[in-house]
Every structure is written in structure tokens, then in C-alpha cells.
Write a protein that binds this ligand. Structure first.
Ligand code: FAD
Length: 478
């Protein structure tokens, strides 16, 4: 079968199976939207290419930022949507789509609280702040993994009545000349195609991180980088959007990560840097302000000799790092090296001990750091070290959408019944790697899925469940 295609006119056989809402992609975004729609009694089919939902969500740490949630209140954390929005825009240097910053920052707490009502037991990550966040707002399940998050979302969504169709690769969309979608066709393992008619289509199939040609074209700095996300995210939403006349935005935005253990291929939490760790290249030198952000750090690390660096930290930070399952996995894979003193660390890195000595002498309170970092403490031997490289985690550009997640055409007007959110749509990071505030990925997926469900319900003229807010705009019904 060909790649993602839009066909004009009625779909053959679409009348045989017709549902109000079809969602493509069962990651955090699709499952969040499906749950909310199922809660409202709206029949929804969720199409997923894999045998079971996973997506990039399952590969992630599963940390969802939200401001003003019940979990924050329970932890005594003062925070609100305005403050969160200001943090997002500050990281993106004011270039993030304002309608989405306001909508996502405003909806995230309601979205997380709604998931909590369905049994997802969130608490708020403690002990450090990710770069750019002015409050503790990372919501996590007790397991602290994306795999646990997606499993819990699947249980909640299917338990509420959403229908999940797995091993179904969405390939065709049928639409009329005005861009109104009438059906979707998905390829099954035996080569046949199921056609499902729908009144509203939500694209929740993430971005183009798994499409090497598109990465090369839009993100040249990541052309050679390892991709840490889900390979099935092949840019389908963008391909369909182009054929439907949709506007694309922020295609240069993405989440990189400068702390991907090599050769193990595991995430070493940036908490290691925020707690006092540093990155040192093969020459024994630091090369950036590690507290600026892990996303842009991917580019800095890849620019070093060999495209690698060593994360160096001490005992205090090791204890914190071991609270992250990804780190524990990396340690089990022999990623962690421990050196009794500075000469041993220089030997591990393969650099000149005097150069390394000067570098570590600069890691102390009051030091004038050429990279602009202010240190609160010096590192104490023994030193721990993990060799890392820069990786691409997911793309942040995609279909342009309004505050209700409606896909916009070239003139900025919403297409009749096509919605997108999560990685399938533009995010809130602007057009550059440095605009990514930690958590923008799952923020777009969870808050976006929550909003898209409300918009779908409004387009159908249906009521949302008790206690759920209405779509944040007026819609023209189909
Ligand atoms: C290592 C790592 C750690 C991360 N940690 C965090 C974190 O802690 N916090 C955070 O906010 N973000 C994090 N992210 C980013 C985050 O994982 C993503 O932004 C988020 O999961 C996107 O959710 P989604 O639902 O849009 O996409 P996904 O979870 O990728 O789901 C998309 C689904 O669509 C399916 N699909 C794609 N195309 C088709 C098709 N044509 N037909 C049928 N199905 C299709 C895929 O199989 C997939 O299941 C991390 C990413 C990585 C790689």
C-alpha cells in the first residue's frame, strides 16, 4: 500500500462501519482524548499501528507538567497557569504559539486531575527543578516510567468504553473538496484495508522523528543523531495535512537530549546536571552552561570531539540519580564508572589531568564561569561518570492548530472536522531546539488530547460529562 494519502470523494464501504470520532495513534494524546470522549458517552475508535499502545509515550520518563493540580495542592505547591505559561514562553524566547501556550497551560491541571479520577495516582517530582521551571510541577506515577503511564491510560480509556483497534496502520483519509473528512482506511496485517467512517478525525500519531528523510530536511543538526523515540512516528500527520491544504508550523522545533548514555542507549536524567553535575568533553573541558536546558545540550554535545561527553558528578547526585528507573537501567548496563580521584577520572576520559584539574577547579561557588553557570557547590571525590551523546527525542513542529486543536488551513481558518494534538501538531517550543521547556512533549499530548476531546464533542453537538469544561471557543457544527 502507498504512503499516507488523501483521496477525494466518498469512501467505499464507509457506511458499514461509522463512528462519531476516530483517533489515529494510541499514545498519551490519543488515549487521553479517547478517555474523555468515552466518559461523555461518545463512541470512539482508536487506531494504533502496533500490537499494543506504546509510542514515544512508553519510551518517555512519563513526567507531565501541570500547574494548579490537586496533586500540587496536596503537596503544598503554589502554582498557576499564568506562571506556567510565562515559563514556557521564557524558554521559547517568546516565540511559542501564544494561543497554544495559553490553552495548554490552562488545561493541563484539569487534564491531569481527570486522569487521576480514573485511577492514575500522580504525585509531583521532588528534589530538583528542571531548567526553566519556576515551580515543582512534573506529575509522575509511582513507577516513574512512560511505560506505566501508557499502560494506565490504556486501562482507563478502554475501561471507560473507548474501542482500541491495534495492528492497524492508518494510511488513507477520504475528504471532500472543502477538506471535510468522511473516513479513514487502515492497513491490517494480512494486507487488507478496514475503512471506518467518522464525523470527526483526531490525529494523535506524533511527529516525524522516525522519518530519517524528514529529519534530514528539517532538523539538519540531528541528521546523524540517535533517535530515542518511537520509530512508527513517520510524519503521517504532516503528509495528510499537506494534501488537505493544512498549514505547517515550527518544523524546526524539537526535543533533543544531551544526556543519552552511549553505547547503552538510555536516558541519564538531567537531574544529574541540576544537582551539580557537569559535562566534560574528551579534552577535559566543559563547553556550555548545563543548566540552560537538556534539549539544546544535544547540539552542544554532538559538536564536541567524537560527538560525546562525560557526565561527571559525585556521591550526593548519585543517590538522586538512582531514584530514576532509566538511570538504574543504564547502571545495570555498565554505563556508570567511578573514579577515586582526579587522575583516575582523567585516565577514564583520556584527557590531560592538568586540563581536567583546571576545569574542576572552576566548579565551585563564586567561580567566574565562562559559560555563565553559577555553581552552588564543588564536586567531591570520588567522581562518578557516564559517557553520553546527543539524541533526538521527538519533533515539536507539525500541523498548525488553534486553541481548540482544530487544524488550520493556509489562510489560518479551521478545517471542518480535522483535529490534531500532541506531537502531530505544532508544539509550544517555537522553531528551535533551545525553545523546548522540559515536559512540553507530554504537555502537548495530555493537555492537547484533553482539549481535542472537548472540541470533538462540541463539533458533534454533544455534552461533556459533569465537571468537564466546555470547548474554549464557538464552533460551526458539521
Ligand atoms: C526517552 C524519552 C524521554 C521522554 N521523556 C519525557 C518526559 O518525561 N516528559 C515529557 O513531557 N515528554 C517526554 N518525552 C517526549 C514524549 O514522549 C512525547 O512528546 C509524547 O509521548 C508524545 O505523545 P503522543 O501521544 O503525541 O505520541 P506517541 O506517544 O508517540 O503516540 C503516537 C502513536 O501513534 C501511532 N501511530 C503513528 N502513526 C500511525 C499511523 N499511521 N497509524 C496508526 N498508528 C500510528 C504510534 O505507533 C504511537 O503509538 C520523552 C521522549 C523520549 C524519547
Amino acid at each position: 500500500m502507498s504512503g499516507p494519502t488523501v483521496l477525494r470523494g466518498p469512501a467505499p464501504g464507509a457506511d458499514a462501519m461509522h463512528v462519531p470520532v476516530v483517533i489515529v495513534g494510541a499514545g498519551a494524546c490519543g488515549l487521553t482524548a479517547a478517555l474523555r470522549l468515552a466518559d461523555a458517552g461518545i463512541e470512539t475508535v482508536l487506531i494504533e499501528r502496533d500490537a499494543a499502545p506504546s509510542g514515544s509515550t512508553a519510551l518517555s520518563s512519563g513526567f507531565i507538567p501541570a500547574a494548579g493540580s490537586a496533586a500540587q495542592r496536596a503537596a503544598g505547591i503554589e502554582d498557576d497557569a499564568e506562571r506556567f505559561a510565562a515559563d514556557i514562553q521564557a524558554k521559547a524566547h517568546g516565540t511559542a504559539a501564544p494561543q497554544l501556550v495559553a490553552a495548554y497551560a490552562g488545561a493541563a491541571a484539569a487534564a491531569v486531575d481527570n486522569l487521576a479520577r480514573h485511577g492514575l495516582r500522580f504525585d509531583v517530582l521532588d528534589g530538583f527543578l528542571y531548567p526553566g521551571h519556576t515551580a515543582r510541577r512534573m506529575h509522575t506515577l509511582p513507577e516513574r516510567t512512560g511505560a506505566a503511564l501508557v499502560a494506565a491510560l490504556e486501562r482507563a480509556a478502554t475501561g471507560a468504553g473507548a474501542y482500541l483497534l491495534t495492528r492497524a496502520l492508518a494510511r488513507r483519509i477520504w475528504a471532500d473538496e472543502q477538506g471535510r473528512v468522511s473516513a479513514i482506511g487502515c492497513e491490517r496485517p494480512d494486507g487488507s484495508m478496514d475503512v471506518i467512517g467518522c464525523d470527526v478525525l483526531i490525529l494523535a500519531c506524533n511527529g516525524f522523528g522516525g522519518n530519517a528523510a524528514m529529519v534530514g530536511e528539517h532538523l539538519p543538526a540531528m541528521r546523524e543523531a540517535v533517535y530515542g523515540g518511537h520509530v512508527g512516528n513517520d510524519g503521517s500527520a504532516i503528509a495528510w495535512g499537506r494534501q488537505l491544504g493544512a498549514r505547517l508550523a515550527d518544523l524546526g522545533g524539537y526535543q533533543g537530549h544531551g544526556s543519552w548514555a552511549t553505547p547503552q542507549g538510555a536516558l541519564i536524567s538531567w537531574a544529574v546536571m541540576m544537582d551539580g553535575g557537569v559535562q566534560i568533553n574528551l579534552e577535559g573541558r566543559r563547553f556550555h552552561d548545563e543548566t540552560a536546558g537538556y534539549s539544546e545540550a544535544a547540539v552542544h554535545v554532538l559538536a564536541q570531539p567524537g560527538g560525546v561527553a562525560w557526565n561527571v558528578f559525585d556521591d550526593r547526585t548519585l543517590a538522586l540519580a538512582r531514584s530514576f528507573p532509566d538511570f538504574v537501567e543504564a547502571e545495570a548496563g555498565q554505563a556508570l564508572k567511578t573514579c577515586a580521584d582526579l587522575p583516575a577520572l582523567a585516565a577514564l576520559i583520556g584527557c590531560d589531568a592538568d586540563t581536567l584539574g583546571r576545569t574542576l577547579a572552576g566548579v565551585c561557588p563564586g567561580a567566574a564561569d565562562t559559560h555563565g553557570r553559577r555553581f552552588e557547590r564543588a564536586l567531591q571525590a570520588p567522581f562518578h561518570a557516564v559517557k553520553v551523546t546527543g539524541a533526538l527525542f521527538h519533533t515539536q513542529g507539525g500541523l498548525d492548530i488553534d486553541a481548540g486543536c482544530r487544524v488550520l488551513d493556509q489562510a489560518g481558518l479551521p478545517l471542518p472536522n480535522l483535529l490534531a494534538a500532541g506531537g502531530a501538531a505544532r508544539g509550544v517550543s517555537g522553531n528551535d531546539v533551545s525553545g523546548y521547556l522540559s515536559g512540553n512533549g507530554l504537555l502537548s499530548a495530555v493537555a492537547g488530547g484533553h482539549i481535542a476531546a472537548a472540541t470533538a464533542a462540541a463539533l458533534l453537538g454533544r455534552e461533556l460529562g459533569q465537571g468537564l469544561s466546555e470547548a474554549p471557543f464557538t464552533v460551526n457544527r458539521p
